[in-house]
Unconditional design. Structure first.
Length: 278
């Protein structure tokens, strides 16, 4: 017997399936307590990131010894140990317990960038050292990047992308395939892609602001002078005048908004999150 289902019934069933996938998959960002969508398991994302990281290492010119690399490793280890000590002191599960921390220095003076992959794989480009200037400035950058990993922002972004994709499929069914036909006719820069631009970008900026806040906390816990962060972002702002912004700033809030936020947070964080014994 042939079984048929109308569009409305399909949407009802599809919607229930999506809810079943999404509703149990919410988590809370440590310290900020912001609710986030985390459909994908952390172990899967960390394994994927580790593979990408090793591939990057094998194909990239790295600086493998010297004072600068030693300083990066020292700062990173102080932050990672302080983060773990803080969560232990608060009797909160350490979000970095499954991290395999690693630090590399990329030999590229043209790129002002740093990143931390899920699972604690961290890269600093030599180009950004012209802006960080000192250990406190470097700690501000690294604290920010480590905060992205601690807050599971990569997992959240992938989860958001999946829900956008599922949502567009439902909308396409409701519209009788109009979105798919439009994309096939004029290219992939319409339909779902425009949908993504409208939804994803604002949320990305929220994550960046959250990473700024958590990064200050982590740097303060590690004993670095977080007041240097204001000078750092002033230098960042100066670096992008009359030219393309550094890659490190490409998806971040404007420098002026960032500096304003830092000024509001710093005194409170210094008092509330002093250096912790590890």
């Amino acid at each position: 017997m042939k079984y048929t289902i109308n569009r409305r019934k399909f949407l009802e069933l599809f919607g229930c399936g999506c809810c079943g996938l999404i509703l149990p998959s919410c988590s809370t960002v440590p310290i900020t307590d912001r609710k986030q969508l985390t459909i994908f398991p952390e172990s899967r994302i960390n394994a994927q990131a580790a593979a990408v990281y090793e591939n990057f290492r094998s194909k990239t010119k790295l600086i493998t010894k010297g004072k600068t690399l030693d300083q990066i490793i020292q700062i990173g280890r102080k932050i990672e140990n302080s983060v773990s000590a803080y969560f232990d002191s608060q009797k909160i599960e350490d979000p970095t317990k499954n991290f395999g921390w690693d630090y590399i220095l990329v030999d590229n003076d043209k790129i002002k960038n740093a990143w931390c992959m899920p699972g604690g794989k961290i890269a600093v480009y030599t180009g950004i050292l012209k802006v960080t200037k000192n250990k406190n400035g470097l700690a501000s950058v690294m604290g920010h990047e480590i905060a992205h990993a601690v807050a599971k922002h990569s997992i959240e972004r992938q989860s958001q992308a999946l829900t956008v994709q599922l949502g567009s499929q439902v909308a396409d069914i409701f519209l009788g395939g109009a979105i798919n036909r439009t994309r096939n006719t004029v290219g992939r820069s319409t339909g779902l892609d425009i949908f993504k631009i409208g939804i994803m970008n604002p949320f990305g900026r929220k994550q960046e602001t959250e990473a700024d806040y958590l990064g200050l906390i982590f740097s303060s816990l590690a004993g670095y002078d977080i007041r240097e962060s204001i000078k750092l972002w002033e230098r960042m702002s100066e670096a992008k005048k009359g030219k393309e912004p550094p890659q490190f700033l490409s998806t971040h809030p404007s420098s002026q908004n960032r500096i304003s936020n830092l000024k509001q947070w710093i005194n409170e964080i210094i008092i509330k999150y002093p250096p912790i014994k590890v």
